[in-house]
Design a protein around this ligand. Structure first.
Ligand code: GAR
Length: 191
């Protein structure tokens, strides 16, 4: 039986799309469900186009968690991937997926992580700090933002004439190159 992956995403969803495409013809796993906390998130358009079931839960539903757990159970979800998900994961969801939930962060954690640090804000902070390199961190998820055990990091240069947009583009390329591969390795190793 194929393993079922759920993706949690709040925004554009380019990483979610890369993950769906990666697993489209995979022998062992599929992306079975996309969940979001924003009804206007573009990831919902992508889900429709890619023909992946998607659902949106309200702030209250995410805070409480029961209905999220219920839909994960209904779809038989084995592994959860956060891809630009900006709400807090409810504890009851976290506890249901020990070592089976990962996040990607667009910096070299522990630098430029924590609450409020997401997307372009991270890249602007990297530029403001005069960093010479940035990159991505893929890590297990725990109760604290961006603090779970690190699985891997990949680096890229910060160039003198970078804007947050050019840096974001470079970091996104790293994400697309590594996130599906890492998720594949972890999901393929599940019992
Ligand atoms: C990605 O760069 C991801 O690393 C980041 O949000 C972006 C989502 O892009 N996540 C965080 O900042 C989490 N703290 P996408 O919606 O195009 O995949």
């Amino acid at each position: 039986m194929k393993k079922n992956i759920a993706i949690f995403a709040s925004g554009n969803g380019t990483n979610a799309e890369q993950l769906v495409l990666h697993f489209a013809h995979h022998p062992k796993a599929r992306v079975a469900l996309i969940l979001t906390n924003r009804s206007t998130a573009f990831v919902l358009e992508r889900a429709k186009r890619l023909e992946v079931p998607a659902c949106c839960f309200s702030k209250e539903q995410w805070a409480e968690g029961t209905e999220v757990v219920e839909v994960l159970r209904r779809y038989g979800i084995d592994f959860v991937v956060l891809a630009g998900f900006l709400a807090r994961v409810p504890d009851c969801v976290l506890h249901g997926y020990p070592q089976r939930m990962v996040n990607i962060h667009p910096s070299l954690l522990p630098k430029f992580g924590g609450k409020g640090m997401y997307g372009d804000r991270v890249h602007q902070a990297v530029l403001d700090a005069g960093e010479k390199e940035s990159g991505i961190t893929i890590h297990y998820t725990n109760e604290q933002y961006d603090e779970g055990a690190i699985i891997c990091q990949h680096r890229c240069p910060v160039l003198p004439d970078d804007t947050f947009e050019t840096l974001a583009t470079r970091v996104h390329q790293l994400e697309y190159a590594h996130y599906p591969e890492v998720v594949d390795r972890l999901v393929s190793a599940l019992e």
